[in-house]
Structure formats: structure tokens, C-alpha cells
Design a protein around this ligand. Structure first.
Ligand code: MN
Length: 133
């Protein structure tokens, strides 16, 4: 058994996130495991860019009120206790509601070859403005 010291929180880079987003790495598997678990903290209005995950991703909301939107689908409000599955290759974004902080766990896998996530454009204010208050 090993108790791991908490690593410093990491600021979400501006190419991939709008607003203040910080994450804490909880697990990063060593081969042959490729499990990835991060706690991701979004300030009000902050969100990821559009992106997809090669083998999908599970989100689990632990605090606050957030939003998730898959391309072509409805914008969905997410709350503590909600678990969201985004299937492999599905373009989507996730983030905080306009007036609320939100924290979720993000759980995904790396891949044997190729990127585990593909990142696209930032979510515009017009796209985000569909968000309920
Ligand atoms: Mn995602």
C-alpha cells in the first residue's frame, strides 16, 4: 500500500478551457493500466473546449451546478450525484453553470496508440449563452 502525497493543482490551459478551471490528478495508471481520474474545478461560466475521448469518458458531479452538451443534442444541467457517460468519439463540452461553481470527477482511459482526447474549438459565448441561468 502507498499513500500518495497530493500533487499541486494544475491550471487548465487556455487552448482547452475558457475561464478558470483547475484540476487535481487523483489517479494516472501505470502500464498496463491506463486509467485516468481527475477532479476538475470550474469557476462560474468556465467550461472545456469542444472535445472527444478516444474510448469515452465518465463524469461524476460532486459539487455545484454544471452543464454538459453533446454536439447536436440538448444542453443538460448536471448536479451533485449525476453521472454522465460520453461515448467514444462524441464531440462535447462540460463546465459550470453561469452563476455556480461546479466540480466533477473525470474518469477515462488512455489508449495504446494515438491521443486519448481530441481537442477542438473553444465554446463561444453564443454557444454557452444557450445555458439556462
Ligand atoms: Mn469530456
Amino acid at each position: 500500500m502507498e499513500i500518495l502525497n497530493k500533487a499541486p493543482s494544475v491550471k487548465g490551459p487556455a487552448q482547452m478551457f475558457t475561464g478558470d478551471v483547475w484540476f487535481d490528478v487523483i489517479a494516472k495508471g501505470e502500464e498496463p493500466s491506463r486509467i485516468r481520474v481527475n477532479a476538475v474545478h470550474f469557476a462560474p461560466g468556465a467550461r472545456t473546449a469542444w472535445h472527444s475521448h478516444a474510448v469515452g469518458q465518465t463524469l461524476h458531479v460532486t459539487e455545484g451546478i454544471g452543464l454538459v452538451h453533446a454536439r447536436g443534442g440538448e444542453l443538460v444541467v448536471i448536479r451533485p450525484g449525476d453521472t454522465i457517460w460520453t461515448p467514444p468519439g462524441e464531440s462535447h463540452w462540460h463546465g459550470a453553470a453561469p452563476e455556480h461553481f461546479m466540480t466533477h470527477l473525470a474518469i477515462w482511459d488512455g489508449t495504446e496508440s494515438g491521443p486519448e482526447s481530441e481537442w477542438g474549438d473553444l465554446v463561444t459565448n453564443e454557444e454557452y449563452a444557450q445555458a439556462p441561468p
